[in-house]
Structures are given as structure tokens and as C-alpha cells.
Design a protein around this ligand. Structure first.
Ligand SMILES: NC(=O)c1ccc[n+]([C@@H]2O[C@H](COP(=O)([O-])OP(=O)(O)OC[C@H]3O[C@@H](n4cnc5c(N)ncnc54)[C@H](O)[C@@H]3O)[C@@H](O)[C@H]2O)c1
Ligand SMILES: [Zn+2]
Length: 362
């Protein structure tokens, strides 16, 4: 498959998607990032155990001296103290500005490693080697790097682009099924915000996706990562169009906050969020009736959650009111106008949102 380009002038990079890529990662990285003298793999314990030695070998074969930093993983560890401990290790290893960080893992590893790369010695190069579905279809692309603050997700971070994204879909074979499915929510999102063909393909091909067909997986990754690459190439820092990637996330993030980040995986919360937001769009007559139902059918067929637990509805409203995009009783949403197109609606009255949420009686 031809690499997908993210066009950002001197910060441009490509996304390579290929089965078995992990085994020639060193050579691929050498081609994409000519300068580095050594590599430091940053990974979580689980992924490190599964793929650390293989990546280590592939990098050494290409002539890189290699070190590895492993942290516990999980949203609970995407924090400033863990970033700081990672920096301590880099200092101890004598890492300098020519050291390349290799983020090997899911979105947690990617976000934290990118954040560390963005501040260590005022910025050192890093590459993404995403291993979860969510990271392969979404999180590894676009250069949003961050750690969480105890009070808010992704509160401390910046835009800092990787030098390349190296995606090997075969690593998804060891991914727990729940994680695999959670990542698919971002693929549905991609169809809804800008690729009606992808959405229709998901409607037809859900069984292939659920059967882990290699061709189906490749299609999901290339279509979703491709759309995100195109959007981020036009609007790197979310001053305009990039905001459409947040479809489903206003409610989704609030749901994650309201449930303490351990009940829903990120993708699951986005699935619930897209359902609420599509019904909101119908209620506001922004899109024709039936869109929410069509979307719900795809989400449910893929095994994604849709219903928003009743017990947390009030807390979701509270979390959204504190969102930086809310003002004077009105909330900003990205809402569908049809399958494959969304628009930003800056002034949705809170009562309308509450009305839609209450439609959920679980
Ligand atoms: N930067 C962005 O643009 C962006 C976009 C979306 C999400 N995110 C962030 O991504 C994070 C969630 O990412 P995630 O869902 O990948 O979580 P994650 O990194 O915790 O990975 C999920 C779990 O799967 C395991 N895992 C990963 N790859 C595996 C493999 N190949 N085989 C077996 N197990 C594997 C991990 O160890 C972990 O337990 C959130 O913090 C979210 O905010 C960032
Ligand atoms: Zn997301």
C-alpha cells in the first residue's frame, strides 16, 4: 500500500501501513529519519513484553544502539509524574538531541512519548509505532501529544508531529477483543464526518471486520488514518476544520470524566457520544430523520455500546457545562447534517441536550 502523506511543510511525514512492517522497522525508520544516532523505545509493560524484543532486534539490525523505557500503561499513568520519570531515564541514559524516541504501543504510549519528545531538550525526534486499533486508525496521526491533569484529560500538552507513523496491522492479533472493537468507533466516526463510502462499506462489511479479515482491517486503517491525515494537513492546530474530528467527543469525553475513566474505553465513550449527538442533530432538525438509526445499527452490529447509563446523565451534563467550549447555557457541538458530513453548531441550548440524554432509559 502506498504511504499516506501528512503535508505540513518541513514537518511533513508519512504513514506506512503494512503487514509484517515491525520486522523491518529499523530500515524504514532509517529512510524516514536520517539523522538519529540511537533509538530509545518507550512502551507499556504489556506491549513491551509482546513486541519489545522484536522491535529491539529490527532497530539493531539497522545499526541503531537501542535502549528501552517501560512504564505501567493505562490512562491512570498518562501523567506528568510518569512523563517526568521517563525524562529522568532519558537523562540517565545520556539521551541527546539526536536520540530518536520510538513510541511502541497504544494511544497512551503515543501521547505520553510524543509529549516527552516535545519537551526533552526543547524537542527531540519521535516516531509512532501504534499497536492498538484506536492508535492505528486515529491517535498516532496528527501530532496531538499530551498527558492528563488529575482534574482534566489531555490538559498538559501541545502539537508536536512525529517523523513517521509505522503501522503493522498484524500486531492487532494479540489485542484484546474489547480494545479491537473500541477502536472501530473512530472508524465509524471517520465515515460519519467525511467518508460516506467508508460508512456504507462498514454497513456491508461489519461481519468481515468482526472476523478480523486482513483486508477489512487494512481498509479501516487506511481510510480512517487517511481522512485524519488530510484534515490535519489542512488544519494542523485545530483553528478550523480539524474540530470535525471531535464528533462524538463532546458527550464522549464528558462520559469518560463522569465515570472516572475506568468504565468505558475511549472508543466506547465516543460510540455513546455519537449516538447522543446524532439524535441531538435530528432533534434540532439539522439532519433528516433516520441518520441516528442508521449510525446506531452500525455501532451496535460492531458490538459498540450506544446507551448512556441513566445514573451518570446528570454528571455528563455537569462535565459538559464545565467544558471550555460552553458559554452562558449554550454548548458547542459537531453535529451530522448527513452521513459523511458534519458541521459545527456553536450555540446548542442545554435543555435540548438534556432532552436527548433523557431519552436514554438504561
Ligand atoms: N493524540 C490523539 O490524537 C488521540 C486520539 C484519540 C485518542 N487518544 C488517546 O489515546 C488513549 C487511548 O488509547 P488506546 O485505546 O490505544 O489505549 P492504550 O494505549 O491503553 O491501549 C489499550 C490496551 O491495549 C494494550 N495493547 C496495545 N496494543 C496491543 C497489542 N498489539 N496486543 C495486545 N495488547 C495491546 C495496551 O497495553 C493497553 O492495555 C487515550 O488516552 C486517548 O486520549 C489520543
Ligand atoms: Zn477519539
Amino acid at each position: 500500500m502506498r504511504p499516506i502523506q501528512v503535508d505540513l511543510g518541513d514537518r511533513s511525514y508519512s504513514i506506512r501501513i503494512e503487514s509484517g512492517l515491525l520486522d523491518h522497522l529499523g530500515a524504514e525508520i532509517r529512510r524516514a529519519v536520517p539523522q538519529p544516532s540511537r533509538a530509545v523505545i518507550v512502551t507499556d509493560r504489556h506491549v513491551g513484553r509482546l513486541y519489545g524484543p522484536r522491535v529491539d532486534r529490527a532497530l539493531r539490525r539497522a545499526g541503531f544502539p537501542v535502549d528501552r523505557i517501560t512504564f505501567a500503561g493505562g490512562e491512570r499513568n498518562k501523567t506528568l509524574p510518569v512523563a517526568s520519570a521517563t525524562i529522568d531515564r532519558l537523562v540517565a541514559l545520556g539521551a541527546d538531541r539526536h536520540t530518536l524516541l520510538v513510541a511502541l504501543g497504544g494511544g497512551i504510549v503515543g501521547d505520553l512519548t510524543g509529549f516527552v519528545a516535545s519537551i526533552y531538550m526543547r524537542g527531540i525526534p519521535f516516531v509512532q509505532v501504534p499497536t492498538s486499533m484506536l492508535a492505528q486508525v486515529d491517535a498516532s496521526v496528527g501530532g496531538k501529544v499530551a498527558v492528563d491533569h488529575p482534574r482534566a484529560k489531555n490538559m498538559i500538552g501541545s502539537f508536536y508531529q512525529p517523523r513517521g507513523v509505522f503501522t503493522d496491522p498484524t500486531v492487532l492479533r494479540t489485542l484484546p477483543e474489547r480494545e479491537y472493537i473500541a477502536g472501530l468507533a473512530e472508524v465509524v466516526k471517520s465515515g460519519m464526518i467525511g467518508n460516506p463510502d467508508l460508512f456504507a462499506w462498514l454497513e456491508r462489511s461489519a461481519a468481515d471486520v468482526l472476523a478480523h479479515s486482513e483486508a477489512a482491517i487494512l481498509h479501516c486503517i487506511s481510510a480512517a488514518a487517511g481522512l485524519k491525515a488530510a484534515v490535519c494537513s489542512r488544519d494542523e492546530r485545530e483553528t478550523g476544520e480539524r474540530v470535525i474530528l471531535n464528533y462524538g467527543h463532546t458527550v464522549g469525553h464528558a462520559l469518560e470524566t463522569a465515570t472516572g475513566y475506568d468504565r468505558f474505553r475511549h472508543g466506547e465513550a465516543v460510540s455513546v457520544g455519537m449516538d447522543v449527538e446524532a439524535r441531538l442533530a435530528e432533534r434540532l432538525k439539522l439532519c433528516p430523520p433516520g441518520i441516528a438509526e442508521r449510525q446506531r445499527r452500525v455501532l451496535a452490529t460492531l458490538g459498540l455500546p450506544i446507551r448512556c447509563p441513566r445514573a451518570v446523565q446528570r454528571r455528563i451534563m455537569e462535565a459538559m457545562k464545565h467544558d471550555k467550549k460552553s458559554r452562558a447555557g449554550r454548548m458547542r457541538f459537531v453535529l451530522p447534517v448527513r452521513i459523511g458530513e458534519v458541521k459545527v453548531v456553536p450555540d446548542v441550548p442545554q435543555e435540548e441536550v438534556w432532552g436527548v440524554l433523557q431519552g436514554d432509559r438504561v
